[in-house]
Design a protein around this ligand. Structure first.
Ligand SMILES: N[C@@H](CCC(=O)N[C@@H](CS)C(=O)NCC(=O)O)C(=O)O
Length: 214
């Protein structure tokens, strides 16, 4: 078995990165420097023509998209319980994961990379401002989910929802949003980061968590 994960420090690829550490499996962590545009190199685009992280390569098969990668890892390492195993709990967890990936995450893409949406500089500021204004509502939803965690967002085991909570809360702090009202979500992020396996991913990515004020 050979596994490689292409990740960018601080990016959404932290989700599969932390899950791979939790799995205990051997894998190769391949650093892509997004700020240097390495994701746009010919070599990387031969792997993922969309020029994005994460990419998981499992025995030579390339898998992109967090939803697919998380489901793949969950099936590959069932004992790790990255998602609830079945029933309505699994359905709800998948619904939340999809919302984090297709709604909250792209809200940040509008803030980090408004140039993806318009070439007009004034319009870019408007795109950013609009996404910033959505933040408190989106974070309040994540915080409400975190407040019901027992003890993790997906239930008994730490997993994909906790990892995404950490990423999204951290991004909020990074772009100067006030994370202090979202105590339950910040608590999940800190507790997840402190797990010995996850802390290896945190250290490899050199993530600072001091922007989590809640
Ligand atoms: N829908 C994709 C989103 C991936 C994504 O947005 N990746 C970002 C990092 S968080 C990226 O690689 N950005 C670099 C770029 O677009 O140039 C997924 O779920 O994997």
């Amino acid at each position: 078995m050979s596994l490689q994960l292409y990740f960018g420090p601080g990016a959404c690829s932290f989700v599969p990165h932390s899950l791979l550490e939790l799995s205990g499996a051997e894998y190769e962590a391949k650093l892509i420097k997004l700020h240097k545009g390495e994701q746009l190199s010919e070599e990387y685009k031969a792997l993922n023509p969309r020029g994005q992280v994460p990419v998981l390569v499992d025995d030579g098969t390339v898998i992109t998209q967090i939803m697919a990668i998380v489901l793949h890892l969950d099936a590959k390492f069932p004992d790790a319980h990255f998602l609830p195993a079945g029933g309505m709990e699994r359905t709800r967890a998948l619904s939340t994961l999809a919302w984090m990936n297709n709604t909250v995450h792209p809200a940040f893409t509008h803030i980090f990379m408004p140039q993806k949406f318009t070439g007009d500089e004034a319009a870019q500021q408007a795109v950013k401002a609009q996404a910033m204004s959505a933040y408190p509502g989106l974070m309040a939803e994540i915080d409400a989910l975190a407040a019901k965690a027992s003890p993790w967002v997906g239930g008994e085991h730490p997993g994909a929802l906790d990892a995404y909570t950490l990423v999204l809360m951290r991004w909020g702090g990074l772009v100067g949003m006030d994370t202090s009202p979202f105590k339950a979500a910040c608590d999940i992020a800190r507790r997840f980061a402190a797990l010995p396996a996850v802390s290896r991913a945190v250290e490899r990515e050199r993530l600072q968590l001091d922007m989590l004020k809640g």
